[in-house]
Design a protein around this ligand. Structure first.
Ligand code: ADQ
Length: 501
């Protein structure tokens, strides 16, 4: 199921950020800049096709309400370039409010809590209130858009077409509460869906958040809820039962609240597989010495959930246990700067600098260093070249909703295949069985698994990689999006068989 199917109704996507970056030029004019995520690439064409809308924060705090977002530049080739100004609804959030909502509640509370790291989570009533206020702003914009779309459909005689609203991620847990209320009070119509891109924690963790009931109610205001894997679905269902006393059906993943039934489903996100293959086929070589030195690659946002420190310690352990790898193996770690104004992320950056400095000081030779570290962003083409030419991808988060890097690596293995080492605590670990799985907290084991990967015969690598690639090609990002929309009953036809059955 590679192509995008027809929507039976207009689609309204609601996400924290719009699907492109808005930039103010020196002359004060606004321009769109591409943002290259797989989600945007998959979903934007559907919104364009069904004449839908995208609602999100523009990235600028000083945008006057009512400002029209510019059309894409004529030479803009991004998947969002066909999105007309009239299809974009910017939500205005001022800097102070954003600080409390985003850096405070989203990243200071929900990010660590939902990654089961409660010691890092800060619980503050004022940031939670800011979160509710900002979510209400998103809801107001969504309701206004819905009113307009329903009126247009009525005028066309399409009274039985219900627009589809698809809300994304942990920044927008409570948007659906107000949307549902308006739909009921004003007799509007829509199908409401929610997808969470990060893990959903167990009840033990969730109950630590003092206002957890409002989050659960916000999600349950939707008709359909998707998570990456069934463990997250079951955690959510369990929380609804224990916190709200909902009737639940675990086997069929149903939750009942106030006489309404909410459908819950695991929908593991995929990547634009063919695009990564094409990039790997054409990208020029980026690592010059692959013939002599085997590259072990790590690619992550610089985030404490990604297990970067543990990974580097495991690599150090490998060199201690197997000094024969000195001058023959290198760890190339790419770290994308992330949330750079949050204290914990600054501390992690310092810790990484020190750790890498110490290990390089300990093992380096005049013409070789054990660790190469790039703190910055790369183009997708450069990434694809690195994926293609690395002997091993070390994807060892302590906790991760899915992890797309693992999938991008296998897509790019178009030459002699490498080995994927994966943490079972990433959603990807649930399905990518042919990877070598390792607990990232077990530094010694991780070093042993690295050794095994470096020694793995070609035949075994081929066998594992073929299976991994076949699955990711089939379950790509379009498959994921079609599955979500068809689960909501939003597609015109759905006759293709589910490749999972
Ligand atoms: P993230 O936490 O951002 O996503 P991940 O799934 O690994 O994590 O995606 C990172 C993306 O950034 C990849 O597409 C990768 O190619 C890109 N990237 C990484 N390093 C880069 C670099 N140096 N330069 C440019 N691009 C780089 C959240 C959840 C995940 C979930 C996704 C999707 O935390 O668990 O898989 O959403 O649902």
């Amino acid at each position: 199921m590679d192509s995008i199917k027809d929507m039976s109704a207009p689609l309204i996507v609601v996400s924290n950020r719009l699907p492109f970056v808005l930039n103010r030029k020196e002359n004060g004019q606004l321009e769109r800049k591409q943002s290259a995520g797989g989600l945007v690439t998959a979903v934007a064409p559907v919104v364009i096709e069904c004449k839908g809308l995208w609602i999100g924060w523009s990235g600028l705090h000083d945008l006057e309400p009512g400002t029209l977002i510019p059309e894409a530049a004529p030479n803009d080739k991004a998947p969002t370039s066909g999105l007309l100004s009239s299809q974009i609804v910017p939500v205005h959030v001022d800097q102070k409010e954003f600080e409390a909502y985003y850096n405070g509640c989203c990243n200071g509370t929900f990010w660590p809590l939902f990654h089961s790291m409660p010691d890092r989570a800060v619980f503050k009533a004022d940031t939670w209130k800011a979160y509710l206020r900002v979510n209400e702003k998103f809801a107001r914009c969504t309701i206004a858009a819905l009113r307009k779309i329903c009126a247009e459909l009525d005028a066309e005689g399409k009274e039985n077409v219900a627009p589809v609203i698809w809300i994304h991620d942990y920044q927008l847990f409570t948007v659906a509460t107000s949307v549902r209320q308006a739909v009921e009070e004003e007799n509007l119509r829509c199908k409401l869906g929610f997808f969470l891109h990060i893990p959903f924690p167990s009840w033990d963790i969730m109950r630590l958040f003092p206002w957890d009931d409002e989050i659960l109610q916000g999600i349950l205001a939707c008709d359909f809820v998707g998570f990456h894997i069934s463990d997250y679905c079951l955690n959510f269902i369990d929380c609804c039962c224990r916190r709200l006393g909902c009737r639940i059906d675990r086997n069929n993943m149903l939750v009942e609240l106030a006489g309404r039934t909410v459908h819950v489903k695991p929908l593991p996100i995929g990547i634009p597989f063919d695009r990564f293959v094409r990039l790997a086929e054409t990208a020029p070589v980026f690592i010059k010495d692959t013939d002599k030195v085997k590259v072990i690659l790590g690619v992550d946002r610089l985030d404490y959930t990604k297990g970067l420190v543990h990974r580097i310690l495991a690599f150090e352990k490998l060199l201690e246990k197997h000094p024969e790898y000195i001058e023959l193996v290198t760890l190339l770690q790419i770290a994308v700067p992330s949330r750079t104004n949050v204290r914990e992320y600054k501390q992690l950056k310092e810790e990484m600098d020190q750790l890498i400095g110490r290990i390089n000081g300990k093992f380096s030779r005049p013409n070789w260093s054990p660790i190469r570290y790039i703190y910055g962003c790369l183009s997708q083409e450069q990434l694809a070249a690195l994926y293609r030419d690395s002997a091993i991808a070390l994807v060892t988060p302590l906790r991760d909703g899915m992890n797309l890097v693992a999938k991008e690596y296998v897509a790019c293995q178009i030459k002699e295949p490498g080995v994927l080492i994966l943490s079972p605590f990433a959603g990807a670990g649930e399905m990518m069985h042919e990877a070598l799985l390792v607990n990232p907290y077990e530094i010694n084991d991780a070093a042993d698994v690295l050794h095994r990967a470096l020694q793995m015969p070609l035949e075994e690598r081929e066998l594992r990689m073929t299976q991994l690639r076949n699955r990711e090609q089939l379950l790509n990002v379009n498959y994921w999006m079609n599955s979500f929309l068809s689960s909501m009953g939003a597609l015109v036809e759905d006759e293709e068989r589910d490749p999972l059955t």
